[in-house]
Design a protein around this ligand. Sequence first.
Ligand code: NAD
Length: 373
Amino acid sequence: MTDRYSLLILPGDGIGPEVMAEVVKVIDWFQAHRGMAFDVSHDLVGGAAYDAHGAPLSDATMARAQAVDAVLLGAVGGPKYDALDFSLKPERGLLRLRKEMDLFANLRPAQCFEALADFSSLKREIVAGLDLLIVRELTSGIYFGEPRGIHSDDNNPDNEGGRVGINTQRYTSGEIRRVARSAFELARKRGNRVCSMEKANVMESGILWREEVTWVHQNEYPDVELSHMYADNGAMQLVRNPRQFDVIVTDNLFGDILSDAAAMLTGSLGMLPSASLGAPMANGRPKALYEPVHGSAPDIAGKALANPIACILSFAMALRYSFGELAAADALEAAVERVLSDGVRTADLMGPEGGHPVSTAEMGDKIIAALEA
Ligand code: NAD
């Protein structure tokens, strides 16, 4: 019997619904032509949910997200919602999903398609063929650690201004081990190499990080190649020779910075997918949310200019990491590669030489045509 995969689609705001419409075409194609069976439901998040329910994510939507195999999200936000109270802002809907689903591993691939190598800020010969994956710890570390805050420092006469700002880097061994396991599991599905990055030279939390990653490696994943690197050197290596990496695992703060740097190696924001994974559910699949890295792009919303590839590649990640459909994921990524090498471009991918950009829907159709071929 065919496995059935349940998917909750949350298109969100701005270009979210436009790019998600192309993903729905791709899902329909896999159902019609590859015998896959998806139970797809649609719901609201962000400003769209606020308009309908007065909250950026309703309790009913949250419960639905907890019950499915994977959530696919477009983007949230827009100028219409800028004046809302912090707790009602569209982004709170996304943060609630990440928090309540306990999505502790954020996956950001940086893959350089041959046809777009000239879009990178680095030389073609450094980035062509690049394919690395950054696994960032997402629910702990310095963004969440206590104590935190801005306090008066009145008793310190040497402190001009009289205030002190505090954040705390704090990791438990359990938090490190679970994200390390995610990285080793992912490496087994790719190039089988993990590089762990921290600052064990100057931070105790970095020493613990290195010890715990090593423990998980020795006890559970000795077949995967593990190396360690200080995160500052990692930043340098990412721009010097990024192709040396397969999977990089790092903490919340370093991962935030390193994944943005890695993103720029590949060119346009409209190309970048992401996934956030949590603990395995009863059926063995991890809790999962897939979304493009870009936002709701209000400047181009409603103009058929949005590039749907980041969202389509996010679905390819769902095929790979939630459903284990590796051949389907490879086929979809190859279809994107094919369309790009045929010179098909949305407006964001036009070089200085110009040309005729295709619309959001035309890009989706071309990718489907490449799947057919
Ligand atoms: P953005 O990513 O929406 O847009 C940045 C620039 O990139 C814009 O010029 C936009 O036109 C372009 N761009 C983005 N995605 C594109 C695509 N698929 N195709 C072609 N061009 C694309 O970031 P922003 O302008 O800083 O933020 C806009 C809104 O999105 C804000 O409300 C922000 O809070 C929100 N936002 C949401 C998310 C999310 O939902 N995960 C992420 C970032 C920003």
